[in-house]
Structure formats: structure tokens, C-alpha cells
Design a protein around this ligand. Structure first.
Ligand code: ZN
Length: 328
């Protein structure tokens, strides 16, 4: 435990700087796609605040071994409380499994009002924060506007756009970005994964080390990425009319299979990026691929913001140049 050496170094740096300078904010928003290690960062941050044996020269370095550090890692520390979809349904079998409720925010407010018992602050982590519906966010806003003195709230969100501007503006936002494939290969090698397997997984990871570590143990994750790549490959290589039909179908499915549709578009972006490098001496050339890539990234941001998915997908494929299968 301690700070994950595989996560976005800028995010780690930024959080550690806050601990070192002893200017701990009342609320942080850790924002970035799934699998980048936001929960590991929150846990390390909480350890830094709770550790009883931390480095005297650098308070941001928890020992990872004292009782406080171990309890934070096990999520049993009295002053660190986690709220997420899983804890919501385990407390209340009737509760929604897809959105954090106003009841959960009420529990959070009760928890934030307690005085710390062992550490100097209470730390409240809200994972899956992108699933807070608007009334729940409004309730949370009250706590963010008048935070109890010794409390730090960490919101972890896969999609910071899903949060109200008023909520975001009360938080210090820390962007958690994807890391390089070589960082992921190294993290996997340190876990005893052989280099070939590590390289294969890293190439499928889209820069998400948390995903890569999970994929080592779960073959299904790897398989579903490979399926997305296959689907994207045949979509890209299709005739213009077939491409539109596929765009239409995926647009119709978007409401029910949002993550799957976004996954296929992400795979198309990955394939177009790879084509960029081979495009110098082949048709349609780097400029054509560049246009297709820009259109695909625009579509992706529309999909992530839930903006007219079918139109976004159709507009994207209209910008794709003719792509033959690569030689070999
Ligand atoms: Zn410690």
C-alpha cells in the first residue's frame, strides 16, 4: 500500500503536496476514467493523514505498516469512511445498485459531523460519485458549503461532467490521467507477470493500470477488449453504407449498453491512432486519418456527455476515409 507507483504521477504529486504543506482542503474531486487507480490514491491520501509513524521529514509518506495504515487499507479505520454503490446496497437491500441515493448522502452528513477519534481529521470517500442524482448532489452540496472543521471529503468520479457545477466548484479537482504502456508493463512485471503477457495486457489497457492489474486475474476483461477491437475493426473497414447502419444500431443501443458502445468507439480511436503511424506511405495518408481521429474523439466526448448519441455516431463515420485492411 502507500502511494501507487503505477498511477498518474501528477495526481500523486498534487495530493502529496497538499499533505506536505499541511493545507488539506475540505473537499477534493478525483476525476478520470475507470481503472486509473482513483481508489488507491484516495486510500494512500487517507493513510498519509492517519499514519502514526509517517516520515518526519515528509508527512506525505505513510509507513504502510502501523495499525492506522493497515486499518485504512482494510477500510476499517474509525476516521475513514467509504461510501459507494456496494456499501449502499449492503446497508439497504432495497437501495438502488446504479445511483447513490439521498439516504446515502444523509448517512455521509452524519458521518462528517463526527469528531475524529484517532486521526487529526475524518476522511470521507465517496466512490461512484458520478452516479449521484441531482437531489442527492444538492444534499451533498450543503455539507460541501459548510464543511465541519476537521473533515476532508474525497469524491471519486469516472465522469466529472456528471456532477453539478456547484458541487465541482466546491472541490479541488485532481485529474487522474492514463499512464504510458511502459509504466503498466513495469507494474505488471513487479507483480510477477511475464513480459509477453504484460505487454499484451498493457496494449489493451488504454493506459489504465487498475484495469490491467484486474485483467491479469480476470480473463473476461481481456476478452471483452479484444471483442471491442474486432467490432471496431470491421466497422472501420466496412462500406460507407454499412458503417452508417452500424452507427445507427449502436446509437439505438446506447441507452441500455452505454459502456459497450463507448468501448467500441474507444477501440476505433485506438486503431486509428495505430494507423496514423503506418499512414506515411499508404492511402488514405496521415491527414485523412487525422480527420477521422478528430471526428472520433469528438463523438466520444458527445457520447460521454450523453449528447444525441445516434447523431454523434453517424457524424463520426461520415468523416472516416476508406480504410482497407492493413497489408499482412
Ligand atoms: Zn503508518
Amino acid at each position: 500500500m502507500g502511494w501507487p507507483d503505477w498511477a498518474d504521477p501528477l495526481a500523486v504529486q498534487s495530493l502529496r503536496d497538499h499533505v506536505r504543506s499541511e493545507r488539506i482542503g475540505h473537499a477534493y474531486l478525483l476525476a478520470g476514467p475507470k481503472g486509473l487507480g482513483k481508489a488507491a490514491l484516495a486510500s494512500a491520501f487517507a493513510q498519509s493523514l492517519c499514519c502514526t509513524e509517517s516520515d518526519a521529514d515528509d508527512r506525505s509518506r505513510p509507513c504502510s505498516a502501523c495499525r492506522a495504515c493497515r486499518n485504512v487499507a482494510r477500510r476499517t479505520h474509525v476516521d475513514v469512511e467509504w461510501f459507494d454503490l456496494a456499501s449502499q446496497t449492503s446497508l439497504d437491500k432495497e437501495a438502488s445498485a446504479t445511483s447513490l441515493s439521498i439516504d446515502t448522502v444523509r448517512r455521509l452528513r452524519g458521518s462528517a459531523a463526527l469528531f475524529p477519534l484517532e486521526a487529526s481529521r475524518r476522511v470521507i470517500v465517496v466512490d461512484d460519485a458520478e452516479t449521484l442524482l441531482e437531489p442527492a448532489q444538492q444534499a451533498l452540496l450543503k455539507t460541501l458549503e459548510e464543511p465541519p472543521p476537521a473533515v476532508t471529503i474525497l469524491l471519486l468520479s469516472d465522469d466529472s461532467e456528471a456532477l453539478l457545477e456547484t458541487v465541482r466548484s466546491r472541490c479541488q479537482e485532481v485529474r487522474v490521467r492514463p499512464v504510458s504502456e511502459s509504466t503498466i508493463v513495469r507494474a505488471l512485471a513487479e507483480r510477477g507477470i511475464d513480459e509477453r503477457e504484460a505487454t499484451t495486457i498493457a496494449a489493451l489497457s488504454r493506459g489504465a493500470p487498475g484495469w490491467a492489474i484486474a485483467a491479469v486475474a480476470d480473463e473476461r476483461l481481456k476478452r471483452s477488449r479484444l471483442e471491442e477491437l474486432d467490432a471496431a475493426r470491421s466497422w472501420l473497414q466496412g462500406e460507407p453504407y454499412e458503417r452508417l447502419v452500424t452507427a445507427y444500431k449502436l446509437g439505438e443501443q446506447f441507452g441500455k449498453r452505454r459502456d459497450d458502445v463507448i468501448g467500441v468507439v474507444l477501440a476505433a480511436v485506438q486503431l486509428l491512432r495505430e494507423r496514423m503511424f503506418q499512414a506515411a506511405d499508404s492511402e488514405p495518408g496521415a491527414a485523412g486519418i487525422g480527420v477521422a481521429l478528430a471526428a472520433s474523439l469528438r463523438c466520444l466526448s458527445d457520447l460521454e456527455a450523453n449528447v444525441r448519441p445516434r447523431l454523434a455516431l453517424e457524424a463520426m463515420v461520415m468523416q472516416w476515409p476508406r480504410l482497407d485492411p492493413p497489408p499482412g
